[in-house]
Design a protein around this ligand. Structure first.
Ligand SMILES: [Zn+2]
Ligand SMILES: [Zn+2]
Ligand SMILES: [Zn+2]
Length: 283
């Protein structure tokens, strides 16, 4: 059985080598990976797929899409297949604007937004793409690989999106639902935070004004030139070294709202700039 698979695999590889379609897609993919350098899907790692396997898979998806479109009597089938080729040529989460940009490079006559939006809706409804709506950013699309599920880590600092698979978390979710007599159909797990690179760029101790919304921090002191009167106001609020606080809201012009124990406090710009805090993931 194993031998048979290897034989088929070998034949497939030789066959693919001869197809200009795959060479073109592979070149495009390498270029786009170099350009973006991040946010690539887990497809390779999940199944250990090499580039040729992935392309073979995409070729199948293209054929399936074409027959679905014909069955649905869809319009502009060749144009939609051209969009699919571009969409499949990258493993990133693509917004419509990013897709339009790729189309402009590869098929400029097809970069009309309304047509692209309609085509992406078709991909989603036929099970070839997922539409993602991560907080605070434009909707994006990613490939839907059958039988595979992943979740996302989203950096609110630099925008990086990392994909992950956790069998333990998946199992726990199913078990939790079962305890409620609930039969889950689908779920979305999105963890918002700061990626390792964004954290590494930060000083270990920084002013509260620079902390991110949702961040948990511990007070570690006051800025060197903090006026006594400001220090006293902070201390009166209970914001002394060791105090644990969570940033509920923070906007450039407005006050920083924090939770400290049972109270919610509003700190104006001067207070927030003078309070030194250290990040903690939990306390
Ligand atoms: Zn999940
Ligand atoms: Zn980041
Ligand atoms: Zn993803």
């Amino acid at each position: 059985m194993k031998m048979k698979r290897n034989k088929i695999q070998g034949r497939k590889t030789r066959m693919l080598d001869r197809l200009p379609f795959f060479r073109k897609i592979a070149r495009k993919e390498r270029r786009s990976a170099r350009r973006r350098g991040r946010g690539r899907s887990l497809f390779h790692e999940v199944r250990g797929h090499g580039e040729l396997d992935r392309e073979f898979h995409h070729r199948l998806e293209r054929e399936q899409f074409e027959s679905l479109l014909s069955a649905m009597r869809a319009t502009r089938i060749p144009d939609r297949l051209a969009v699919l080729d571009v969409f499949l040529s990258t493993e990133n989460h693509l917004t419509l604007a990013e897709l339009a940009e790729l189309m402009r490079e590869q098929a400029p006559e097809l970069c009309d937004r309304a047509f692209l939006a309609e085509t992406m809706d078709l991909f989603c409804s036929c099970g070839f793409a997922h539409r993602r709506e991560f907080d605070g950013r434009d909707a994006s699309y990613e490939h839907q690989h059958l039988g595979q599920h992943h979740d996302h880590l989203i950096c609110t600092g630099c925008g990086r999106i990392e994909e992950f698979i956790s069998p333990e978390i998946e199992r726990e979710q199913v078990e939790t639902a079962a305890r409620y007599g609930f039969h889950p159909l689908q779920h979305r797990m999105e963890i918002y935070g700061l990626c390792g690179e964004c954290m590494a760029r930060r000083a270990p101790e920084q002013s509260l004004a620079r902390a991110a919304v949702g961040e948990r921090v511990r007070v570690c002191g006051y800025e060197e030139n903090c006026p006594d009167e400001v220090r006293k106001r902070l201390a009166d609020m209970g914001l002394v070294p060791g105090a644990a606080i969570e940033v509920l809201n923070s906007s450039p012009g407005g006050p920083v709202i924090v939770a400290a124990g049972d109270s919610r406090l509003a700190l104006d710009g001067e207070l927030a700039a003078n309070l030194l805090v250290r990040h903690c993931c939990h306390w």
